[in-house]
Design a binder for this molecule. Sequence first.
Ligand SMILES: Cc1cc2nc3c(=O)[nH]c(=O)nc-3n(C[C@H](O)[C@H](O)[C@H](O)COP(=O)(O)O)c2cc1C
Length: 211
Amino acid sequence: MFYETETNDHGLTHNPWKSLMVPRPVGWISTLALDGTPNLAPYSYFNGVGENPNYVMFSSGGVKDSMRNARDTGEFVCIMATWELREQMNITSANFEPGLDEMAFTGLTPVPSKLVKPPRIAQSPIAIECKTHQVIELPGRADGTGVSYSMVVGRVVGVYIDDSVIKNGDVDIGAIKPIARLGNMDYCVVREDTIFTLARPDAARLIVEKG
Ligand SMILES: Cc1cc2nc3c(=O)[nH]c(=O)nc-3n(C[C@H](O)[C@H](O)[C@H](O)COP(=O)(O)O)c2cc1C
């Protein structure tokens, strides 16, 4: 099959789009409103987009609190969503009023960040502290239907890694068990038994081996 995205005439039960870029890491975005109210919400249009210097991005469908706060205060923190925290992560995606503190509501414990004001969460072993670099408004449809997205690009200024997840000098990602978004309402989890390793190929050696 083939479908054009202008009409979305895929004929499937669900729009397949989100099933086609999987798994997507969940950026659990912690921000403060201008009045200091904490905010926490998950974003799976989220990824690292460069290193040395390190950049991340998350993309907001319409004006949501996380985007507004990151834009207005210039700071946000990306917290890793883990298997143990999956229920709390999901609850923080509910459409709460801007004044509601999702961390307090879900019983998560805020811990001060080192270089930015929004807190990290004590229960998650990874937090990425960011200064907002740019908010890029992605053009929506000309006829006004659909959703306009704002992509928030952050420059990473600090990374928290809990000492308990460092094993033999490396981050033990199998022990952290990050969760990631698939299509529809589906997720997957990274565990020890789902991780595999591929060494990067050497072009000259590949050509010799192929003859
Ligand atoms: C796993 C997951 C991923 C999500 N990813 C996005 C996303 O990338 N962009 C978006 O606009 N909303 C996304 N949402 C929905 C937001 O979390 C939801 O609209 C939330 O209420 C936004 O909160 P805020 O206004 O405090 O930022 C996602 C929800 C879940 C559960």
